[in-house]
Design a protein around this ligand. Sequence first.
Ligand code: NAP
Ligand code: MG
Length: 490
Amino acid sequence: MTTAGVPTFQNFIGGEWVNSLSGKTFIDRNPAHEDQIIGYFQQSGTEDIDRAIAAAKTALPAWRATPPPERGEIILRAALLLEQRREELSKLLTQEMGKPLKEARGDLQTAIDFGKYVAAEGRRAEGETVPSALRDKMCLTVREPMGVVGIITPWNFPLAIPAWKTFPALMAGNTVILKPASDTPLLSLKLVEILAEAGIPSGVINLVTGPGSTLGDALTGDPRVSMISLTGSTEVGKHIAAICAKDLRRVTLELGGKNAVIVLDDANLDDAAAAIAWAGFGTTGQRCTATSRVIVHKNVVDALNERLVALAKSQKIGDGLDPVIDMGPLVNRTRVAAVDEYIGVGKNEGARLLVGGRPARGGELDNGSFFEPTVFTDVTPNMRIAREEIFGPVLSVLPVASYDEAIEVANSVEYGLSCAIFTENMRNVFHAMRDIQSGLIYVNAGTTGAEPHLPFGGMKMSGNGHRELGATAVDEWSEVKTVFVTYPKR
Ligand code: NAP
Ligand code: MG
């Protein structure tokens, strides 16, 4: 194990880098080389969350009184610092999380682009002025911050997601406690470091690392915290929503998916296969919008499968810092075991394994959490591999006989995050835009690829109705106040 020179990272509370009160730490490893330690991070307890909430509460009055354009200046400086340090941070992201460097750069770029976009919202924090039904009266709306907000993030977009929550939360005038995923605390810490360098006042952003299972309840259950935002699993989302429901505090959830690509028999199969491979195997299948189901017309299923198998076999697996690599590791050993279990489930359910289906081994791969790109075919809609989120490089191909059946199967799962259709028929395109139940729809493209200036989020169990990014991103983090002014002539 390489421990010499391994850094220890601290929490950021009230503008100071501090150890957890217990002094305990945990280890963050590189999933491509498990003996490589990224760093030791504070294994915080509920008492550290308590300190962070107190600091955020103290900082709130001054921050909410800061003019929005001034808040925007700080966010813009942070985005520009991220841009300056893009290469260095992308490498750290690959080492911490495993995704190939070109994808890590994309993670950074989303944060940078959205930072610039949100920064300008400081000069656009507009309300409405609306005519009254009565004489000598004026009506208007203004936006106010929620107060102290808690942000809990996952490991699959270690910088993009913390940034796309934190920037609009700060823009709206809230003070923040950020609790990053324990698999990837470093990039959140870097974001906080950069916000501090950009001039964020003490206590406005606070970072507490440690186990979500204990810190989550402390943060979510505290009445001083006005709002919680989580991106993570549906299971944790339901748990948090139940806690916030007790005293009706706002909670915004971005959760799991079981995203499908529909391929009709008039589709361009080369385009479809390439898009499915990218959306299914990219980030080792660990994007919330990853393609997990392929719903394909039976007339073209063999031709599509042949292409998918060839693309699966062509994926170069290994350390994402090597530029030839297409697919990095899963995020940890536990995920390897979980994906492997689904392979057994698929086989037992009678699905036919076409390629992959086991951890990738041999040489350097033995030191990391690698898994082979996998394709199952002859999958039916009631099988678990057709319904449950696997979060690995596993495609389930479901043959169907018509457009109508394709839509029925696509909509038959409990999730509704992202869905795509490949067809050359204009009518089918417009019908699909109407018929598919999901927050994101792609036509002749895979299920992945958010753009920061457009809303992002899911229907059904993929969330609770909120949208991140886009023009309403800041609204999600604020309250509307409606003001009625009467000025009768005396
Ligand atoms: P997770 O286990 O739900 O963890 C997400 C975050 O919640 C982590 O920071 C985790 O902390 C924390 N957490 C764990 N237990 C908690 C609890 N009881 N109370 C409060 N917080 C708790 O999910 P994950 O495995 O990191 O991420 C994968 C999931 O995220 C997938 O289901 C994926 O679909 C979803 N996802 C959704 C989107 C979207 O926008 N819809 C985007 C990305 C990912 P620890 O790390 O310390 O456990
Ligand atoms: Mg790690």
